[in-house]
Structures are given as structure tokens and as C-alpha cells.
Ligand binder design. Sequence first.
Ligand SMILES: C[S@@+](CC[C@H](N)C(=O)[O-])C[C@H]1O[C@@H](n2cnc3c(N)ncnc32)[C@H](O)[C@@H]1O
Length: 293
Amino acid sequence: MADPRAYFSVLGALDYMIPDVAEPVVRQILTATAEVEGGAGPVVLDVGCSYGINAALHRFRLNFDTLRRRYARREMAALSPDVMTSFDQNYFAAWPDTGQGRFIGLDVSKPAIRYAKTVGLLDDGIAADLETNSLTPDQAKIVSRANVILATGCVGYVTEKTYRKLLDTMSRAPWVISFVLRMFPYEPLAEVLAERGLVTERLQGATFVQRRFRDIEEFESTVVAMKERGVDTTGFESEGLFHADLFLSRPEADAAALPLETLVTVTSGRNKTIGPRYVEVDADQGMQVALVP
Ligand SMILES: C[S@@+](CC[C@H](N)C(=O)[O-])C[C@H]1O[C@@H](n2cnc3c(N)ncnc32)[C@H](O)[C@@H]1O
């Protein structure tokens, strides 16, 4: 599809939320990356970026649900893909950039990458399946600019094969942030990262909901497969939701200086408030108070 309307409609109907629930944690990690790099904002390679959703959420004060509602409007459904794309170009250009980082995307979907670049969410994008193909020299040049690799909702479909190729083209060791469904083993990927000197930590005591199960077949087959692998689904997948773990892989010295449990604070309920909130805004005139809807 040339624009994200169908994507938001299908995944939104399943309460897809991993980009939203991951956002506060990713923000803390990106801030820490910037500190390690001496203040320079990170360049994030978003693996399986689709239409640049993580870029939208981190660069602007937007969330998946806000975007889903935008695309679900009747007036939006009537637009041609070209008009929708040009409206989105203006929409994203109208938001102040948080300065959290620049984004590069990798996805197997050419239309998704084209859209995300055209509307300005991605600085650059690679439409490729690195599970089966190699990076071209031009694609390798794009990848080499990144110092963070992020993935939400795609490790499992994207494996260590892709990561091996990405890491081989990066001149310095990146930080690798992965939200991975508990149904997928992370060890094969962690081993490839370890070969490159990256230490992997899993955030203990917190999981991140990805979405509801689509139907009874998906529910039953997932729970059965996980139980067969010895994963206890009680209180997690057995309650009808896919859960993801957070893994962070970094050079050993970075991990030793700031362990993941110290770096990240998970605040439950932050994304669930409905009423307006008072917030502090760091404006040119100094700290201001604003009421946000
Ligand atoms: C569930 S979506 C997640 C998209 C986005 N990260 C998010 O959380 O909203 C999975 C994405 O992975 C992409 N994908 C699947 N296989 C891939 C591959 N081998 N290489 C790159 N991307 C792939 C799909 O095209 C799709 O955009």
C-alpha cells in the first residue's frame, strides 16, 4: 500500500500498541546514547520500520493511537494515496521535532519506505529483505551512519541473518534496542551481537504488550507452542495479549557504566490518561506550564 491507512486500520483493530508502550523506554535509552556520544543525537536504524511509525513517535509528540484515529476518519479514507501523502508531508512538517534523534529505516516493503521518506519521517530508507539478500554498496553507506538499531514488532520475522549483515557494515558498535515477542527466542540474535562485543541485558520485571490475538487459532497455537518451549504463559499470553521483552545490547563498558535496570524506569499507566494534564514546557522564555489535552 502506498500510504499507511490500511496498516493502521488492520493493526489498530487488534489494539496494536508496542510503538506506544515502548516509546517512554526508548526515549530514556536514546537520551543515554546521546550522553555516551557527548551530546550528539543518535542516528537510529529502525529495522522493520514500515511507514516510519517509530520515527513519528520519537521525533514528534505523537502516538500510534493519534495516528490511527487520523487515518480512520471518513474524510481521509476518500483521499487518493498521492493526496494523503502530500497531506502527511505537511502534517509532520508542522510538528516541532523533539531532537531525540534522526531516523533511517529498513523494511522489505518498498511502498512503506517510499512513503516514510517522502513525508520526511526518515532521513533515508532501505527497501530490502536482508534475510535472503546482501546489502548493496549504497545501502551499506546508509546503514553505516547509524549508531542505534531499534526494532519493534519485527524480530522473529527478521532474524540474526539480517543483523549480522547490518553489524558487518557498521564501523562502530551500535546500541541495539529490541522489543521481542516472548514467543521468539532471542539467544540466536544475542549470540551474533556477542560476537561483535555487545553485551545483552533483558529488562527484568516488565513486559510490553504488542497487541491482542487475531483469532482463536492464533491464540491457541501461540500458547501451545510457548508451553512446549517451557515458557509459562500464565498471566501473560494466556490473558489474550502478545507480550514482548525488552533487550538492550551495548559495548561492555557502556553496560557496566549504566546497567539497564538503572537506565530505564517503567511507569505503568503513563499512556493511559484521558483527561488534560499540566506539564512543564522548556520554552525560550524559560520553564512554562501548559495544559495538554
Ligand atoms: C508488525 S510490523 C511492525 C512495524 C513497526 N516497527 C511498528 O512497530 O509499528 C512488521 C514490519 O516488519 C517488516 N518486515 C517483515 N519481514 C522483514 C524483513 N525480512 N526485513 C525487513 N522488514 C521486514 C514488515 O514489512 C512490517 O513493516
